[in-house]
Every structure is written in structure tokens, then in C-alpha cells.
Design a protein around this ligand. Structure first.
Ligand code: GDP
Ligand code: MG
Length: 676
């Protein structure tokens, strides 16, 4: 009935091309034989038996996974019209162990069936099951996972345990993230339809997630998800004998997913294709198989080893939960941002206890597995505590900063504090508290706090810098005020009776004040440990500031037109209304009022340009270099101008008009005298 490879051998020499193949789907090849040898004839079959030699990527590969005698071969034959050996209901057929490959009827789909040794108890059986499953995942787009409905939810019964080991080795051997996925199509056999399929698939998905979470992931793939490598589909098939018609119908339904590329659940999506050109399938899959056979991790996953994995995982999970529970009181405080005395000790005690319990409970299991799981538990605990270590570090740095600020604030309340010494002291103490706290937290763990320490250093330095800035600004303000005191003393007398040469005196007053301020700044700057460049800039700033004070003081004196005019009027009056001895003039008819008036007016008007511009020609200081290096902006040229040209012209007009009144008054007084 069915054609095994040896059966076809009878008719054709493997080297001679097979002239005509009529029942293509029925011819099958034992790709891997009972002694785990890979068949050298795959290429020949691809080319000459299945006509796939030239198709490139245009073919599909589907494989099957599941316990013995769960109707796998029956399902494949029904779906793809293949003729894999099945165990009939009446006689136990002597099927040959190995992996078999055949072509689905009327398509480019290669189908692989696995045939193991009966009896699940034998470790040897699982070894082959595992190797063939690995092989299937590495080469097939779709792996049918065949199981009974009543196996769903039985972690072991549903083959999840075995799948887990296969996933683990698969990851180790073949996978990089983003390399493409494999579709796992779970076919739930003898599906009664009472429990919704969505429930069953939910249960299976949870089991798969759990298995995935537990498996040891290779370096670089620690955080990967099962869905990075696998997609899932679920299908329920009724009992083949009791519900024969329904079974056939549902097989048809499922078949659509394989044959109809427009079907929404079409299984051969491009992302599942392993991109092995048809003519390279022999070499590629042969080397995959070689790797699988050679890998010593794959050697006989004895029941013992599997058992060890399950038990160690269970024990570790329980102990971890216990540790989390015991940590709860601390956790609540830690989450609230409180610094917990002795938390580091608690970490160590809880971890040591969990590991000691693990040793006691799991130590008798398979040594290698036990060690691996112990390491796993240890690093899981580390990860868990590390989160709290980090959050406590931030509490520590916050405390350090608070201490620093208040220490500084208190110190600066003292009358004659030494800024540098004070900040140094506060910085050192804050840092010491932080590092001591961090070291205490991480004792027994290899956690680093260097990043947080650097951050703290930076924040402290920033704090010191900003304190220094504000202190210097305060000092600058103080110096400006003392400059103002000088100016208030000198300026009014100079400016009330303006005269030529007055600016020289004003500038001398400025130079005196600015030098005094510069010196004070230089002296204080030393206490702030400023660099020579910074000192130079600060000194220049103080000079600019002093200059600004001077300018604003001068401008006060000449701010309004009325003030300026009154200065002019005073000058004219001093000339015209008073004599050389300062006595009020009484005009006599012979007096030449016109000449007196003209001279007085001209002299007063000379004051206008004098008061409109600060004259720096006397140069008591070299302004060029005096303000260089200042941080503060100063438009020096503009600062010299007190009244604009147009304002001067306007004032001149107004002054002339006002002075005319004085002239008339004088004239009238003569008339009055002479009339007596
Ligand atoms: P395989 O070892 O997984 O390939 O299983 P087979 O296809 O050889 O079938 C094993 C046994 O299960 C045979 O006696 C089949 O008649 C029987 N069988 C096949 N399909 C079904 C099914 O849907 N339900 C049940 N209960 N038995 C089935
Ligand atoms: Mg079978």
C-alpha cells in the first residue's frame, strides 16, 4: 500500500532519473533513518521524484510534533493525501523509526512525519522526539502540534515540557532575533466542542508563556519573547471514528489553511519561510541535523534531567515568592521613598536564606540542572533587590543634597564665613554619607553606584557654583552701594555749579570709587577660589557696575529740562544779577546792560554742551582696557551722552526766551531808578 523509500528503490536506481512519476504524493523518503543517519537521497527526490528541483523558494515545508499514537500520521494523510504508515486499529504495524518526507497531493508542500519507538517511558524515545522536533522547527514553516483535548492543561501531558526543552535548544542553536518565525499549529484531537476553543488555546498559551519564562535564554536573548520566534494557531478536530463525518469536514476546513493562499488563516506566510532554495535543501538540512546530533546538550535528556528542571523551577519559584513576601514590610517603606536602615543586611539575609532553602530542597536533583537553576534564582533575587537598591540610592542622594544645602545655609548665616572651606566641608560630608550608605546597601552584591555618585558630584558642584554666583552678585551689589555713597558726596557740588574741568574731577571721583571696589572684589575673589581669568572678569564687572552707578547718579542731576535750565539760569544770574563780590547788582543808567547780558548769556550757554556729554579727554583711567573682560554689557560711548543734539537745541531756545525776561527786568529797573 504505502511506498516507503526502500519500496521505491526496488523500481528505480537512485542515480538514474526517474522517467515518469504518476502518483507523486505517495512516494516518500526516510530522510533520517533509525540510526539517526541523514539520507543522501534528498536532492534526488527533490529533483526527480517530487519535481521540486527548480522551484527555488517556491515550496513549503510542514512538520508534525506530538506523542506516539495520537493520530499524527492519520491526520497528515487525511490533510495532504500522503500515505505515511499509521497504526491500524487491529494490528500494530511494524513502522520504522525515523523522519519521513513526502509531497502533498497537487501542491509544492513537503510533509514530514515522525515515527518514534512505542512507549513513552524510554528516554531514548524522547531523545529522538526532541531531536526531530528541533529539526522540524529549524527547517519547517509550520509545525503541527498534535495533542488530545484532555491533555490540554496538563503541563507535562500536553508536551509543553518537551516543547520547553526544544525551545531552549532551538534558541541556543539556531535563533537570532528577527530571523523569522515558525508557526506552531496546535491541533486538538478528539475535540468535543464543549469547552470553547478559545479557552483551550488560552490555557495552552499560558503554559507556553510559562515554559518560555522558565527556560534559560542564551546571552543576548535574555529578554526575548516567545512571540519573537513563534506564532500560534489552534484548531479542534472531532473524533475520527466516533464522529467520522465531522472529522472529514473539519479536515477539509483545516486543509483550506494550507491550500488556499487567499484564506485569512493561510499558514504559509512568507515570514515563516526558512529561505532555503529547493536545490540546497539537502545540504542545509543535513548540516542542521549534524549540528543537532553533535550538540552534546542534546544527549539523552533523561527523565531525571527533565524532572530536575521541573522540580528546581518549582522550588525556585516558591522560594522567590516567599522572599518577596518576607520583603514586603521593607518594600512598602522603600516604595514610599524612605531611607531604610540596614536594608543591605536584609537583602543579604533574605537572599542567603532563599539559597540555603534551595540547596536543601533542590540539591539532590541532577547536579548540572540544579546549579543552573540556583544561579538563575540567585540572579532573579539580585534583579529584584536591585530595583530597591536603585531607589534607595536616589533617597541617599536626595538626603545628601538636603544636608549640603542646610549646612551651607547655616554656615552662611555666620558673620565671617569662609565660603570655600564651608562648601568643601559640606561637599565632603554629603559625599561621604552617600558613599557609605551605598556601600552598606550593596554589601554582598556586586552593584555599582558610580553613576549616581557622578550625578551627585555634579549636582553638588552645580550647587556650589550657583551659591558662589549669588554670593558674588551680592558682593557686587554691596560694592556698588559704597560707590554710590562716594558719588552722592562728590557729585552734587560738582554738578550744581558746572564749570569747565568739572568732568575731570567727576572722573577722578569715579576712578577712586572703582579702584576701591576693584580691590575689595580682588580680595574677596581669593576667598571664592576664582581663577585668575575669572577674577579679572569680576573686577571688570565691578568697574562697569560702578560706572553704571555713576552714570545714573549724573543723569539724576540732568534728568529733566527744568534742572538743566535752572543750572543755565543760575549761571546767567550769577553773572548778570550779581557783581564780582556776589552782591545783587543795582543797574545805573550808565551801565552797559547789553554787554553784561550778552556775556552772561554766552557763558551760560557754554554750559549746555558741557552738561550734555561726559568729557573723558582728561583720561584719569584708560577706559579701553578698564572694562575689557567684563561679563556685563556696557555701551560705553552711549553712556557718555547726557542730552541729545535736538534736546540741546530745544533747551537753547527755551533758555533764550527765559533770559529775555531777565534782561527786560533789568531794563525796567533802570527806568524806575532814573524816573525817581
Ligand atoms: P501516530 O503514531 O501519532 O502517527 O498515530 P497514528 O496515525 O498511527 O494513529 C494511532 C491510532 O490512533 C490508530 O489506531 C488510529 O486509528 C487512531 N486514531 C487516528 N485518528 C484518531 C482520532 O482522531 N481519534 C482517536 N481517538 N483515534 C484516532
Ligand atoms: Mg505515525
Amino acid at each position: 500500500e504505502s511506498h516507503s523509500e526502500s519500496a521505491s528503490e526496488v523500481h528505480h536506481s537512485p542515480l538514474a532519473p526517474i522517467p515518469e512519476v504518476t502518483t507523486v504524493g505517495n512516494v516518500q523518503l526516510q530522510v533520517i533513518d533509525e540510526n539517526q543517519n541523514f539520507s543522501p537521497k534528498l536532492t534526488h527526490y527533490m529533483k526527480n521524484v517530487w519535481n521540486l528541483g527548480e522551484v527555488g523558494f517556491n515550496y513549503n515545508l510542514v512538520a508534525v510534533f506530538g506523542s506516539q499514537s495520537t493520530g499524527k500520521s492519520t491526520l497528515l494523510n487525511a490533510l495532504f493525501s500522503t500515505e505515511f504508515d499509521t497504526m491500524t486499529d487491529f494490528s500494530r504495524q511494524q513502522t520504522t523509526r525515523g523522519l519521513w518526507m513526502s509531497l502533498a497531493k497537487n501542491s509544492n508542500t513537503l510533509v514530514m512525519d515522525v515515527e518514534g519507538v512505542d512507549g513513552r517511558e524510554r528516554g531514548e524515545d524522547q531523545d529522538f522526539e526532541r531531536k526531530s522536533a528541533l529539526f522540524s522547527m529549524a527547517v519547517a514553516q509550520v509545525v503541527l502540534v498534535n495533542l488530545w483535548e484532555n491533555q490540554v492543561g496538563l503541563y507535562n501531558g500536553a508536551n509543553i515540557g518537551l516543547l520547553k526543552t526544544v525551545f531552549e535548544v532551538n534558541l541556543e542553536l539556531f535563533q537570532q532575533k528577527g530571523k523569522g518565525k515558525t508557526l506552531l499549529l496546535f491541533v486538538i484531537r478528539d475535540y468535543l466542542g464543549k469547552v470553547p476553543l478559545s479557552h483551550l488555546s488560552q490555557t495552552l498559551k499560558q503554559d507556553l508563556q510559562k515554559a518560555w519564562a522558565e527556560l534559560a535564554k542564551p546571552k543576548g536573548l535574555e529578554g526575548c519573547a516567545i512571540t519573537d520566534f513563534f506564532d500560534f494557531m489552534f484548531f479542534g478536530l472531532p473524533h475520527r471514528i466516533l464522529l467520522a463525518e465531522d472529522f472529514d469536514e473539519q479536515v477539509q476546513v483545516l486543509g483550506q489553511c494550507f491550500y488556499d493562499s487567499q484564506h485569512p488563516n493561510y499558514v504559509f506566510r512568507p515570514q515563516y519561510h526558512k529561505r532555503i532554495p529547493a536545490d540546497g535543501l539537502q545540504r542545509y538540512s543535513e548540516s542542521i541535523w549534524e549540528q543537532i546530533v553533535k550538540d552534546k546538550n542534546l544527549d539523552l535528556p533523561t527523565q531525571q534531567q527533565l524532572l530536575a528542571q521541573f522540580r528546581c523551577d518549582e522550588i525556585a519559584a516558591a522560594l522567590f515568592d516567599k522572599l518577596v513576601e518576607e520583603f514586603k514590610p521593607h518594600r512598602e517603606a522603600a516604595d514610599a521613598g524612605v531611607l531604610i536602615e540596614d536594608l543591605g543586611n536584609n537583602f543579604t539575609t533574605l537572599k542567603d536564606k532563599a539559597l540555603a532553602d534551595f540547596d536543601a530542597q533542590a540539591g539532590r536533583y541532577h547536579a548540572e540542572v540544579y546549579q543552573k537553576k540556583r544561579t538563575g534564582l540567585s540572579s532573579k533575587i539580585d534583579d529584584y533587590f536591585h530595583v530597591y537598591f536603585k531607589s534607595q540610592l536616589s533617597v541617599l542622594s536626595k538626603d545628601a543634597l538636603t544636608f549640603f544645602s542646610s549646612h551651607l545655609k547655616n554656615g552662611m548665616c555666620q558673620a565671617d564665613y569662609d565660603f570655600v572651606r564651608l562648601t568643601k566641608e559640606a561637599t565632603e560630608k554629603a559625599k561621604h554619607d552617600f558613599t557609605a550608605g551605598a556601600a552598606k546597601l550593596s554589601q554582598g552584591f556586586k552593584w555599582s553606584h558610580s553613576k549616581e555618585e557622578r550625578d551627585l558630584d555634579r549636582e553638588l558642584a552645580e550647587h556650589v557654583a550657583s551659591c558662589r554666583r549669588s554670593e558674588l552678585a551680592k558682593l557686587e551689589g554691596k560694592l556698588a552701594i559704597s560707590a554710590l555713597d562716594h558719588f552722592e558726596e562728590d557729585l552734587p557740588s560738582l554738578l550744581s555749579f558746572p564749570q569747565q574741568g568739572m568732568w575731570e574731577e567727576v572722573l577722578m571721583s569715579f576712578a577712586k570709587a572703582a579702584e576701591e571696589a576693584s580691590l575689595a572684589m580682588k580680595t574677596r575673589a581669593e576667598a571664592f577660589e576664582l581663577s585668575p581669568d575669572e577674577v579679572r572678569s569680576r573686577v571688570a564687572d565691578v568697574r562697569v557696575r560702578t560706572w553704571e552707578v555713576l552714570i545714573s547718579k549724573i543723569k539724576e542731576e540732568v534728568a529733566s529740562d527744568a534742572m538743566l535750565l535752572s543750572k543755565l539760569r543760575q549761571s546767567l544770574e550769577a553773572q548778570f544779577r550779581y557783581d564780582a563780590d556776589g552782591l545783587p547788582r543795582v543797574w545805573l543808567p550808565d551801565d552797559d546792560i547789553d554787554v553784561h547780558f550778552k556775556n552772561g548769556k554766552a557763558e551760560a550757554l557754554d554750559l549746555l554742551p558741557l552738561l550734555s556729554r561726559i568729557d573723558i579727554s582728561s583720561k584719569p583711567v584708560d577706559f579701553q582696557t578698564y572694562f575689557a573682560y567684563a561679563h556685563r554689557n556696557l555701551d560705553f560711548k552711549k553712556s557718555l551722552i547726557l542730552a541729545s543734539q535736538s534736546r540741546q537745541a530745544d533747551l537753547e531756545q527755551r533758555f533764550k526766551r527765559e533770559s529775555d525776561a531777565l534782561y527786560l527786568e533789568a531794563k525796567r529797573s533802570i527806568v524806575a531808578t532814573s524816573a525817581k
